[in-house]
Design a protein around this ligand. Structure first.
Ligand SMILES: Nc1nc2c(c(=O)[nH]1)N[C@H]1C(S)=C(S)[C@@H](COP(=O)(O)O)O[C@H]1N2
Ligand SMILES: [Mo]
Length: 242
């Protein structure tokens, strides 16, 4: 082998090993998540296994957990004062706590007590321009969701960092998520990294692919509450009040 072809060979070998490890590394983490071996792996993924049977976890893609000490929330776009916040700055806003049900468009729902702050706290500091009608959220798993600013300003919409009295778990969206109980789960982005004020909300990850509406308001139909044994019941549209 000439020196040149040996170098080419080594480059190919390195690439092959990287791809091979990439595929199997990913597989084993995905398998870990679905068999409930969730803690102890640095990857966060989707799971419905114990201990998550009373509140499933949905994530678009597996991702490395967010480091709360280094994490900052960047708020930018159509506003006078783009700003970056640390978690402790967000925790210093006036606290709001509410119990509400999260309803996935796949039919299950589950209930929790959520604590955080109202979106208007951010608005007061960042001062969105009058044309900023939409808000975009970009998340750690490459998920994107968006909506009308007027919906985020509704009294039941919350920016949440704690669930049932404890900081959000990685699975449920550490360090920051949206809770909007009158919209389907997919309008409740988790593990938020960045917020952008825009003129018009674009389609989010799910409404771009699937038959899910961009608006995401809960429609009349049926629900299967996990905390009540998944029994079928009728719902009437909007927030499920029980
Ligand atoms: N970052 C991110 N947020 C997300 C999702 C996601 O895939 N990635 N899935 C959404 C969907 S479809 C649902 S039903 C809820 C589920 O919230 P949970 O995982 O806390 O039960 O999260 C929403 N937020
Ligand atoms: Mo969902």
């Amino acid at each position: 082998m000439t020196r040149f072809s040996r170098r080419i060979f080594l480059v190919y070998l390195t690439e092959f090993v990287t791809v091979f490890l990439g595929i199997f590394g990913f597989r084993s983490s995905a398998k870990g998540a679905s068999s409930g071996v969730y803690k102890g792996t640095p990857f966060i993924g989707k799971t419905r296994e114990n201990p998550f049977q009373k509140f499933y976890i949905n994530y678009w893609k597996p991702f490395l957990r967010v480091d709360g000490e280094r994490w900052t929330l960047r708020v930018h776009g159509l506003c006078e004062n783009p700003q970056t916040f640390s978690l402790s700055q967000l925790e210093a806003f006036p606290k709001k706590t509410q119990t509400s049900r999260l309803k996935c468009v796949e039919c299950w729902s589950a209930k929790a007590e959520w604590t955080g702050f109202h979106f208007s706290e951010l608005d007061q500091l960042t001062k969105p321009l009058p044309e900023a009608k939409g808000i975009v959220f970009r998340c750690a798993d490459d998920y994107l969701e968006a909506g009308l600013r007027e919906d985020f300003l509704q009294p039941r919409s919350l920016m949440v960092y704690a669930m049932n009295g404890k900081p959000l778990s990685d699975g449920h969206g550490f360090p920051l998520r949206v809770i909007m109980p009158f919209k389907y789960g997919y309008k409740n982005p988790k593990a938020i990294l960045e917020i952008e004020y825009v003129k018009e909300p674009p389609y989010g990850t799910w409404s771009k692919i699937g038959p899910y509406s961009a608006d995401g308001t809960i429609l009349p139909g049926y629900d299967h509450p996990l905390d009540q044994g998944g029994k079928t019941r009728k719902i009437y549209g909007g927030e499920i009040p029980y």
